[in-house]
Design a protein around this ligand. Structure first.
Ligand code: PMP
Length: 446
């Protein structure tokens, strides 16, 4: 009954892939979530839930006022969202020179040298001919997708795509079909079904088809099966749109994201999207594509024409961070950061698994969700971590299906080994307390 009333179906249409993807796993965990009589839940857990409802607000304030927390929840993958010897002086300089805002759209005098420099640098960084930047990553997706496609077009979207993609797709007026998460075979099935309506193997009846996916899925920590998906798109001549919000800067030998990691030529991807809010420690977003597409976007995208341009200091922060990653600051700090995030992420993931946690995602991904399943465990998990001065994000419905609550850890290059060990100790204790270690640890053979 609990399964039926949990309304997983209510998740449709755009997240319906979750149902398929996780059904087996949810089913296995249902016993843990519902069949167990409440009285048999660990006492400590009930106690925590009780305490939370009594003084949750006070506890939060107390922690915020008096404690420095180890932050295991931020997207600050390379540690640029903190004072940096190269970036910070340049950002301060740009603030003095240009102020915090242009107070104008790009086309109305809101363009500075920094905006042009940033677009050229982004294009060079992601290895595309041209780029356009926006003041917000969310808006980059939600405003660009409707500028690229409209009524009569078909969007085929990964079932776990970010809300900004979902909303951009809905605003566009195009027909939306969803393929099972990261599943090229199902993508092919969807495309074949849609294109068959044209009676030949052209795109009829569609004016154009765009397939949209992400580099790293932020709720899953999982990387896109880019080669597999690209092969299907090529076969069916569909345009490709890749959101690299979580992968650009964070993965790949020189920080160039999933394309670099998986050996895919960026020239084969039509639209590359990314944000500046993660690896670059700033805010804003970009689209990189052919000169023709960028020209079209600059003349047709309302978020370029009617919205105030990205703040100059934010633009300067991205320029400086990219230069550090590229080694153009005259140091090898960028390369060190990239090696560090890789080492930190893989160390942390392995240790969590050794403790018996069920951790989603791929090796090399700095995002690692720990499954909690039962949403009731979520506040207890984050609260107890916070009490021990470790900040983690817990995530549940509607960002995930109802019964797939999780704690999401994001690892940064700026975490020291001591930080990571302290974080692991706390998470292990809290995991025992709330009963979140679902994978029995194999006893070492003596
Ligand atoms: N795309 C993806 C995949 C994201 O995860 C996010 C936000 N985390 C965005 C776009 C929106 O970016 P921003 O937070 O920079 O607005």
């Amino acid at each position: 009954d609990a399964v039926k009333s949990s309304n997983l179906k209510g998740y449709a249409p755009i997240c319906c892939g979750y149902e398929d993807f996780y059904w087996r796993r949810v089913h296995l965990r249902m016993q843990d979530c519902f069949d167990r009589p409440v009285a048999s839940a660990p006492d400590a857990w009930l106690d925590i839930v009780e305490r939370q409802s009594n003084d949750s607000h006070k506890t939060l304030q107390r922690t915020a006022e008096t404690s420095r927390c180890l932050n295991l929840g931020s997207y600050n993958y390379l540690g640029f969202a903190a004072a940096d010897e190269y970036c910070t002086p340049r950002v301060i300089e740009s603030l003095k020179k240009y102020s915090a805002s242009t107070c104008s759209a790009r086309v109305d005098g809101g363009n500075t040298k920094l905006h042009t420099e940033l677009e050229e640098l982004v294009a060079r960084f992601v290895r595309k001919p041209a780029a356009i930047v926006f003041g917000m990553g969310y808006v980059t997706n939600s405003a660009i997708i409707p500028t690229l496609i409209g009524k009569g077009g078909l969007i085929v979207s990964d079932s776990l795509n970010h809300n900004s993609i979902v909303n951009g797709s809905r605003f566009s007026g195009a027909t939306i079909k969803v393929f099972k998460h990261n599943n090229p075979a199902h993508l092919e099935h969807v495309l074949r079904e849609q294109i068959a309506e044209g009676q030949d193997h052209t795109h009829k009846p569609w004016k154009k088809i765009i397939v949209i996916m992400e580099g790293i899925y932020s709720m899953e920590g999982e990387m896109c099966n880019l080669p597999g998906i690209m092969a299907v798109c090529k076969k069916y001549k569909a345009y490709t749109y890749l959101d690299e919000a979580h992968s650009i800067g964070a993965i790949g030998k020189t920080g160039r994201g999933v394309c670099e990691l998986m050996g895919v030529d960026p020239a084969d991807i039509d639209i590359m999207m990314g944000t500046f809010t993660k690896s670059f420690g700033s805010c804003g977003g970009y689209i990189a594509a052919s000169k023709e597409i960028i020209h079209h976007l600059k003349h047709a995208c309302p978020a370029h024409i009617y919205a105030t341009s990205i703040s100059p200091p934010a633009a300067q922060q991205v320029i400086s961070a990219m230069k550090v990653i590229l080694g153009e600051d005259g140091s090898n700090r960028g390369a060190k950061k990239l090696a560090q995030i890789w080492e930190n992420g893989n160390f942390f993931r392995l240790e969590l698994k050794k403790m018996g946690f069920e951790v989603l995602g791929d090796n090399d991904s700095p995002v690692m969700p720990i499954m909690l399943y039962n949403p009731a465990k979520m506040p207890a998990f984050s609260r107890e971590c916070l009490r021990k001065n470790v900040a983690v994000c817990t995530i549940a419905y509607p960002a995930t299906p109802l019964l797939l609550a999780r704690a999401r850890i994001c690892i940064s290059a700026s975490h020291s080994r001591d930080d990571l060990i302290r974080g692991l100790e706390v998470i292990s204790k809290v995991g025992d307390l709330v009963g979140a270690k679902y994978c029995p640890v194999e006893k070492e053979k003596t």
